[in-house]
Design a protein around this ligand. Structure first.
Ligand code: 13P
Ligand code: SF4
Length: 303
């Protein structure tokens, strides 16, 4: 089938089945075309929690689909590419959190959204790149253990009086963005504003004009008077920015890359998922209930 035929078939099935398609900003442009909502991991979790649809098709990575299920477990959640994972999420386990709690009994455990359901279940609260500082500052504790992204932990530590104890995880896409290359690109493009994701290293982030979540990048670029931007995040974000702001210019940093997990979803797989109502993502009940508490706390503080 051609792309347009695939998209038409997906739209038809979506209506018949009362399905909603949630799409992360890093997805392929042809997936944007079939989306009901496109956003960052916080936006999409809120959409998942309040949808009236019977089926949620999640075009993102597994932890995002798991979160949708945890927040709204009466729905059937489909992840078109069942193998689409986030390697950073797998760098910390539930047992690691149990051990950390023993090691730091007075600290709150704050887990990034990019974690498994089991890890969320052992956490006090969850955060995303858009609300991490607010979440940490909302806690009564003097110190927090922050898992798994060390770069985001360092960023948060710069914006709080609390002691932040980082886990040594990182995103392989953001961590390799080179500040030396960014400095060179900045020199050539003197007027361009730099927008960086907080998963980037500090050296890179320090050269940025603005640090924010993926959806925050769209908002910043829309509001900015600048016409040119250098983007420090996964390559798919450039497609989203160009789509939202076709008259502005967006440039990558040469060391930038693509998230393999995010790109595993295709429109063929979305159609297949709707047709077969699979692969289904679920979370065992006891883990779901504990993880939901930590996620609900995040939403409560962020609102
Ligand atoms: P956002 O919540 O900013 O979309 O980030 C998710 C992510 O996985 C970034 O790599
Ligand atoms: Fe995980 Fe990085 Fe991919 Fe985001 S870009 S899903 S943090 S591997």
């Amino acid at each position: 089938m051609k792309n347009q035929e695939l998209k038409d078939e997906i739209s038809k099935l979506k209506k018949e089945m009362n399905a909603v398609i949630l799409v992360h900003n890093y997805q392929r442009p042809e997936i944007y075309d079939i989306a009901d909502y496109i956003g960052d991991s916080y936006d999409l979790s809120v959409q998942a929690s309040k949808t009236n649809a019977d089926i949620i098709v999640f075009c993102g990575v597994r932890f995002m689909a798991e979160t949708a299920y945890i927040l709204n477990s009466e729905k059937k959640v489909l992840l078109p590419a069942k193998e689409s994972g986030c390697p950073m999420a797998d760098t910390v386990t539930a047992q690691d959190l149990i051990d950390l709690r023993k090691q730091y009994p007075d600290a709150a455990i704050v887990s990034y959204m990019n974690t498994t359901a089991e890890v969320k279940a052992e956490s006090d609260v969850i955060c995303t790149s858009s609300n991490a500082i607010k979440i940490v500052n909302s806690l009564p504790h003097k110190r927090v253990v922050f898992v798994p992204d060390r770069n985001l932990a360092i960023y948060v530590a710069e914006h709080t009086a609390k002691e932040v104890i980082p886990w040594n995880g990182f995103c392989y896409v953001h961590d390799k963005l080179s500040h030396e290359e960014l400095a060179k690109v900045k020199q050539v493009m003197g007027n361009a504003k730099v927008i960086a994701h907080p998963e980037c290293r500090k050296e890179f982030r320090d050269l940025a004009d603005h640090v924010c979540s993926t959806s925050g990048m769209v908002t910043y670029a829309k509001r900015s008077e600048s016409q040119e931007f250098i983007i420090g995040t996964e390559s798919g974000m450039l497609e989203m920015l160009k789509r939202e702001l076709p008259d502005k210019k967006f440039y990558p940093v040469p060391s930038g890359g693509t998230c393999a997990g995010m790109k595993r979803n295709t429109i063929e797989k979305v159609l297949q998922a709707l047709t077969s109502e699979a692969p289904v993502v679920t979370v065992p009940g006891d883990i779901r209930v504990k993880a939901k508490k930590a996620l609900d706390r995040m939403i409560q503080v962020t609102k």
